[in-house]
Design a protein around this ligand. Sequence first.
Ligand code: 2HA
Ligand code: ZN
Length: 274
Amino acid sequence: MNTIFDNKQLQEKIHDVAELADYLWQKGWAERNAGNISINLCDILKDVTVTDLEKYPEFKLKKALPGLKGGFFFVTGTGKRMRDLARNPLLNACVIRISDKGDSYRIISQNDINFYELRPTSELPTHLGIHEQMVKNGSKNRVIVHTHPNELIALSHSPMYKSEDVLNRILWGMHPESVIVVPRGVGMVPYEIPGTTDIAELTIKALADHDVLIWEKHGCLAVGEELFDTFDLIDTLSKSAQIFIYAKSAGFEPEGLTENQLLDLKKAFHVGGY
Ligand code: 2HA
Ligand code: ZN
């Protein structure tokens, strides 16, 4: 019998998620169960109907999401390690289907091994809330990545670097790639308890102006069309944060790119309206 996992595109996505999970672990950004990833599968599974839906466990959503009704999502599992996901994605992540009313979901990727123990990421309200907003906006973004990059988190502990203007000027200034890859800059979401609808609401608001955010004293979240491009947003900013901290640790103030150098870059790469 065919299952959703016979779908070639879904197999490729799962392979890519496993590869990304390994990067996050190798980077030192994924201690224990840190981080989570989700992908909207609406394009990939658009023609799929699941038979015997009722046999899969059903869970209520804290907040109904009518904009996602009937949708399919690949989401990493709560309490699961990225380093385990890298080796065994289907035991550490799941595919969910949102109900036709948009008020609950069923885990449709369960098998005999993980039937009772696997649940979606604790950040599900944020992930699904963002996906709903992206669908509403007609955005092509299908991917959300949350991870714990050390240097960007470190900077968010200083009142000096919490201002988005100050922080983006520093990060753009540390390396020419930053302004090219992240022209809208990073957004700063004030500290909130992880996994709450409060952090979800603040995050959705901040994504109106940015594709990548720092959750103060916690981590980063990025959205994009493809998995690796989404990771690249965080990786590029992380590189700038590392250079800044290296320079400071070596005891000197990094000069940073000048205003003119930044302007020339924007013109050369047609970013920010140039
Ligand atoms: O998935 O990183 O923010 C664990 C977390 C929560
Ligand atoms: Zn986190």
